[in-house]
Design a binder for this molecule. Structure first.
Ligand SMILES: [Zn+2]
Length: 278
């Protein structure tokens, strides 16, 4: 590995500093937790916080897509990812060990990308689906009754690819029970999630989703009779809010989408500040 690859980008460093210097002390100090930040295990950041994940994580924070509470939790319209921090071991252990939950960084980065690049109004984006099948949902309506995008984050690209392959197998098979499926239980449950929520689009978010111009694992979902669904790979522009909701969007929602554009200025300003420090 080239030496330069080990030097974090400014954005990676900013995220590390925010997480350890601001979010962690607040998270530990909350009354419900009362933990000592010195027992935090510094993670191997290079395993999950790639330059592009850091960039989109920061975009989500800077744009106000995701808010950081006074207790160090990250929220989106009252929903939270599984938590960027987690305690480890038994509750009775003292001191209580704690560390990072890396997948949450991808989940935050993904909603940041949906809002900032693909123009989704924040009020239609949510972390976690009811029943926990998916990590994030984008809704077609303000009542959150119709799912347009179901998103699932995978820390490793090979796991994202494996989930894609499993879902294709389950989908081509059509209606079948979990006990009669040769894919992993976890993967089959995502297939059941597709049947339950019937999203237009499935987005499997691996680290490469942030690395290039296009998120790579974007699928059109077609659910038919007898539980049969089909997955067809489509280009990333299909994630765009206007592309998916053009028929149904109310003027109010279009205005909400426009307000995202106004917030973009904040990120540009942050980026230019960052740039001057290099
Ligand atoms: Zn299956």
């Amino acid at each position: 590995m080239q030496k330069s690859a080990l030097i974090p980008t400014i954005e990676q460093q900013v995220v590390r500093d925010l997480v350890v210097g601001e979010y962690l002390p607040a998270w530990c100090a909350s009354r419900a937790r009362s933990l000592d930040p010195s027992n935090f295990k510094i993670p191997d950041w290079s395993c999950f916080l790639t330059p592009s994940v850091a960039r989109w994580f920061l975009a989500a924070i800077d744009e106000g897509v995701v808010e950081v509470t006074s207790e160090g939790d990250l929220t989106l319209g009252g929903t939270t990812p599984d938590g960027i921090f987690e305690t480890k071991g038994f509750k009775s252990e003292t001191p209580r060990r704690m560390g990072i939950r890396p997948e949450s960084f991808l989940e935050v980065a993904a909603v940041g990308m949906l809002a900032v690049r693909y123009n989704w109004p924040l009020e239609r984006l949510r972390f976690q689906s009811p029943g926990w099948a998916f990590d994030l949902l984008a809704y077609a309506d303000d009542e959150w009754s119709e799912v347009t995008i179901a998103g699932e984050a995978k820390l490793k690209q090979r796991d994202a690819d494996a989930l894609s392959a499993s879902l294709k197998i389950c989908s081509e098979r059509g209606d079948h029970e979990i006990g009669d499926c040769d894919q992993t239980r976890n993967h089959h449950k995502k297939y059941e999630g597709l049947l339950k929520f019937r999203p237009d689009i499935l987005w499997i978010v691996g680290p490469e989703a942030f690395a290039g111009v296009d998120p790579d694992l974007v699928f059109r979902v077609q659910v038919g009779k007898g539980g049969v669904s089909r997955l067809r790979r489509v280009e990333a522009s299909k994630l765009r809010y206007e592309a998916l909701t053009a028929r149904t969007a109310s003027p109010g929602v279009r205005a909400a989408a426009g307000s995202n554009k106004a917030r973009r200025f904040t990120m540009k300003r942050r980026s230019s500040q960052v740039g001057t420090e290099t």
